[in-house]
Design a protein around this ligand. Structure first.
Ligand code: COA
Ligand code: ZN
Length: 305
């Protein structure tokens, strides 16, 4: 048990990765959700993305979302960008951290951002420059890192090589996205091994799992055992990727935090407040979300036996 870290950072991605895949939610509801999440002890919230509103209509109004949220001190409000235009818009909106997305597979990158991977890697230099000029850290997200819905397997060595290029471009952190829930503990171990051989240290690695095939928490446990301490999750299990057929929600934030809490891994997050946010998320999208905890209504440590 001592092999697990004692503290983990959970980044809430529901307001972006979740809501981008829902019917458009009005800005005031997005702001309401982010503000409620800010009160739970979460320290990292992906609040929006600065992308083409034609490509992703639900993320229109990102600047307005950023302007209207109540910034809680100590909370890092990040936004995803695909290119330097997005980075400039994000800086103008006062985003605390940029997440630049690049896919590991050519086909997904082409469909998602209309560029080759090489073009995205060249563009990464500009995005880093824009962020750093404003004193803002830049994380690079490598999506389809555990498999691609169009190409199938993606070699871990290729993912590690792309990660290396992004570090060379100046990225401060990396995150590896399991865009369509293809990751299993074996694939996670494989990628972490390749990253280690490529000299990418664990403190730079964040992981982003989708629960499409029910493996998200199993993947987290594997990664915890290898010392990874940053994980994305979405409230209620909101989420998907509009350019990844069959994608479903992320790891569920409250299910993840419940598991970590019971493993005596500190997240600094109030689970009851999180469950209330999951109920709010469900109201906002007017559909039942896949959260286990919201429906089970019980937390291990507080079972009344
Ligand atoms: N934010 C808002 N608008 C943007 C933009 C950005 N980051 N980047 C480009 N645009 C605008 C351009 O200014 C241009 O506007 P105009 O027609 O009024 O002049 C228009 O979009 C087309 O620009 P172009 O450079 O030709 O982009 P494109 O049409 O090839 O689209 C992306 C490329 C990257 C902008 C688009 O594919 C995109 O936003 N993808 C994001 C996908 C995503 O978020 N996926 C989910 C997360 S993984
Ligand atoms: Zn995702």
């Amino acid at each position: 048990m001592s092999a697990w870290p004692t503290r983990v950072d959970v980044r809430e991605v529901g307001p972006r990765d979740g809501l981008q895949n829902e019917a458009p939610v009005p800005v005031d509801q997005r702001v309401r959700l982010i503000d409620a999440l800010s009160e739970t002890g979460l320290r990292f919230i992906e609040a929006a993305s600065f992308v083409s509103p034609t490509a992703i209509p639900p993320m229109a109004g990102a600047g307005e979302v950023m302007a209207r949220i109540t910034r809680r001190p100590g909370v890092v409000y990040s936004a995803l960008v695909p290119n330097s235009k997005g980075a400039e818009l994000a800086m103008a909106a006062g985003v605390d951290e940029i997440e630049l997305v690049v896919s590991a597979s050519e086909t997904h990158n082409q469909k998602n951002v209309h560029r080759t991977v090489a073009e995205s890697l060249i563009g990464a230099h500009d995005v880093v420059e824009i962020g750093h000029a404003a004193g803002v850290p830049v994380e690079a997200i490598v999506s389809t890192a555990f498999g691609c819905p169009y190409e199938g397997d993606v070699a871990s060595e290729r993912v590690a090589q792309i990660a290396g290029h992004l570090i060379d471009a100046g990225a401060d952190q990396l995150s590896f996205g399991d865009t369509t829930g293809m990751a299993t503990p074996r694939r996670v171990a494989d990628l972490l091994g390749a990253l280690d051989r490529a000299g990418v240290t664990t403190d730079r690695i964040g992981l982003h799992f989708h629960n499409t095939r029910g493996t998200a928490l199993a993947n987290v446990v594997l990664a915890l055992g290898r010392g990874v301490t940053r994980f994305d999750a979405s409230i209620g299990g909101l989420g998907g990727c509009p350019y990844a057929p069959g994608a479903s929600g992320n790891a569920v934030t409250e299910d993840l935090v419940h598991m970590l809490e019971d493993m005596e891994i500190d997240t600094g997050i109030d689970l009851d407040a999180l469950i209330r946010c999951a109920a709010l998320a469900q109201d906002i999208v007017s559909r039942e979300l896949p959260s286990a905890l919201l429906h089970a209504g019980a937390r291990t440590r507080r079972y009344e036996s």
